[in-house]
Design a protein around this ligand. Sequence first.
Ligand SMILES: Nc1nc2c(c(=O)[nH]1)N[C@H]1C(S)=C(S)[C@@H](COP(=O)(O)OP(=O)(O)OC[C@H]3O[C@@H](n4cnc5c(=O)[nH]c(N)nc54)[C@H](O)[C@@H]3O)O[C@H]1N2
Ligand SMILES: Nc1nc2c(c(=O)[nH]1)N[C@H]1C(S)=C(S)[C@@H](COP(=O)(O)OP(=O)(O)OC[C@H]3O[C@@H](n4cnc5c(=O)[nH]c(N)nc54)[C@H](O)[C@@H]3O)O[C@H]1N2
Ligand SMILES: [Mo]
Length: 775
Amino acid sequence: MSNGEDFQVHSSHWGPYEARLTGDGLEIRPQAGDLDPAPLLENIPGSIHHATRVDRPMVRASWLEDGPGPGPRSGPFVPVSWDEAADLVAGEVRRVIAEHGNSAIFGGSYGWSSAGRFHHAQSHVHRFLNMAGGYVGSRATYSAGAAEIFFPHVVAGAEVVARLWHEWEDIVENTELVLAFGGLPRKNNFVASGGIAEHRVDGYLRQLGERGATVVNLSPLRDDYPPHLESTWVPVRPFGDVPLMLAMCWVLVTEGRHDREFLDRYTVGFEQVRRYLLGEGDGVPKDPAWAAPLCGVPADEIIALARRAAESRTLINTTHSLQRSQHGEQPLWAALTLACLLGQVGLPGRGYAYSLGSMGNNGAPPMAFPIPAMPQGANPVRDFIPVARISDLLLGGGQTYDYNGDVLTYPDIRMVYWAGGNPFHHHQDLFRLREAFSRPDTVVVHEQYWTSTARLADIVLPATITLERRDIGAGRHDRRLIAMNRVTEPHGEAKDDYEIFAMISERLGLAEEYTEGRTSEQWLESLYETLSASMSEVGVEPPTWAEFWSDGGLAIPPEPREGSPIELFRRDPEAHRLPTPSGRIELYSERIASFEYDDCWGHAAWFESSERVTDEDLADGWLQLLANNPATRLHSQLDPGSFSQGSKVAGREPVRLHPQDAAARGIGDGDVVMLSNARGACLAGAVLSEAVRPGVVQLSTGAWFEPVVLDGREVCVHGNPNVLAVDVGTSKLTQGCSGQLSKVRVSRHEGAEVPEVSVTRGPPEVLQPSRDRRA
Ligand SMILES: Nc1nc2c(c(=O)[nH]1)N[C@H]1C(S)=C(S)[C@@H](COP(=O)(O)OP(=O)(O)OC[C@H]3O[C@@H](n4cnc5c(=O)[nH]c(N)nc54)[C@H](O)[C@@H]3O)O[C@H]1N2
Ligand SMILES: Nc1nc2c(c(=O)[nH]1)N[C@H]1C(S)=C(S)[C@@H](COP(=O)(O)OP(=O)(O)OC[C@H]3O[C@@H](n4cnc5c(=O)[nH]c(N)nc54)[C@H](O)[C@@H]3O)O[C@H]1N2
Ligand SMILES: [Mo]
């Protein structure tokens, strides 16, 4: 595969590429055959020896001197040897387990880490902690926390709905009208977990347009649909999707355009929905006049859209983002309800789709063979948290909370162990999270870079980056396994997560369990053997391990199938019952209703949210902050890279706002602005743009958190929106991340002179070790 003399195949979550070392660094190029390589690749070349790499094991000086205990995680670090670092971590794991039990260790360690299936950091941290007797883990994701818990009640597992219901090729062939809630953003399609060999979505969307289909981009941002392709922009107001969808349902029902046969045969609960739509219980018909001010779409447009949807071969898609806010399950349920009223669910390219456009390989068939993965073992500890409840956990040991029909108790956590994630990127209300991180005795982090999370740990162990190790790259819905070559030596003293855990395991007497006596190379080969065995079983001749490397990877065919699960259900709802209590789509769920939650009822409904910016709020100067996933990097990864840095404005993360909103605040293009609310404040660089709906400001996630005191208040001077974002669960049902939408004030920054961002330039303060420290 590698065409050049010494370019070697490698991969990332945003696609494969080829790399070679040059005299002064790294040269890379997209892999030949990638149809639409990601611009994010530009972040890679400067990353190998960047000044922010962690080059040695580091321990916070105060932790070394005073020992473990709660307190602010501040002050300088001291470098230690690998032996000392491994002794310290092993000793602390042993102490915490002996004194407090395994349920005092939080090892959820959420995060995307890197492509490469063997060196997958979470798998290793979980495997290690399982061998040590278990840990408190986390369930579901920041991506789809509401969907993952909600969908199984009403239709099927979220992975099934997201990944198996639709293929782009069917949509290209069949669909006349796509109602794209949250758009189908080009930026997101560059990325897929584990890697993505060919970027195909842009091509599909082009073909769809050429076939004459209409795509309606229902989003506060015009460029949530690729700007070079044609679409109709309906700049729906954030939090406005549910009223819009319910009003479309109202139009269908009152005009008798709903498909009764479909509803009778395939769903339960239409009667409860009908009563709610018509306002029979609460006296409020969910009609277009009711919805218009909430969604910002005029009533006649809502009516026209509903009629057009009924007359076309229609697909309704909701991206992940819609459910990453308070009451996040409601847009999904309302969209599914609307699709059922249209009666098109289960027809190819029609009905309802979830999360097309959120990930580059949604809408692609799964691989015919399971991707090999590092076995994690079993966790004997039963306690867990819904992933986004991390601050509540650390601040609220012993407290109870509602979750998916249960009442759970937060365990008391003494040690936090993180490898492959960046909570000070991904979590909300970062000043509160920092307070939460001060509660346990010890925080251990494995990191490649001095991220905000590494800076707030007690013990930081330097991990290799993918270019420094061999691995197998693969995404579950891709077409290729990628041979990830080792292109360069580890930076400084960095080690693979596997080696790090092997060292610590040895000190705990668990080396044999953890490593099973294998080197990394032997593990890689054994994972490959598992795959070859499953290939041989179905009569496909697998290449040898050596051929896999010399070919730069291996093409994997898609799983053969006779129709998607939802098509099969439509063909025969008895033979292919859905895994819901009724076996059908539940427009009304007895089970959810039985939980008697005030923030999620038995059917799709409209709920007010504390972070919704109302008309009165707008008049009062508030704006709706939209903190979406960034176009210039993957989350916080490689923020110091050149593509990410090239987008910064006035040295800070760009915030986009409408010229009207800017003018009302005396803000000019390129100004430094302050965004604030009761939770926190940050600076950002203003970009004026008519692609943003008035009343909305877009500040993407991922700028490394850098708190500095300005005019007496601590402010993130870089522009991390998570200092502003709300840290409450999506609902009592799902307890997902609500970080996408928050209420903020925005002003031109006129106070103290602002320091340059330093967090992406180099390490924190590091002291030289004193010889007699351990005496
Ligand atoms: N407000 C708001 N917040 C959000 C979102 C939002 O829409 N709005 N989106 C959310 C979503 S969808 C997600 S998925 C999360 C993402 O949150 P994360 O997954 O935590 O974000 P990443 O920046 O990908 O963090 C991965 C970290 O792992 C490190 N790493 C990479 N490879 C390795 C390795 O091999 N070993 C070790 N030890 N470390 C490694 C990287 O340097 C990086 O710091 O953010 C969420 N946060
Ligand atoms: N380049 C890049 N691609 C990525 C990622 C990345 O960090 N960088 N992250 C990956 C990950 S982990 C995930 S989970 C996915 C995330 O997939 P999504 O969650 O779908 O992505 P976002 O960019 O957060 O949101 C998509 C768009 O939804 C719109 N939106 C927000 N709120 C509302 C609303 O209330 N109503 C409507 N109608 N629209 C709204 C926003 O304008 C936003 O641009 O992206 C993946 N792809
Ligand atoms: Mo995500």
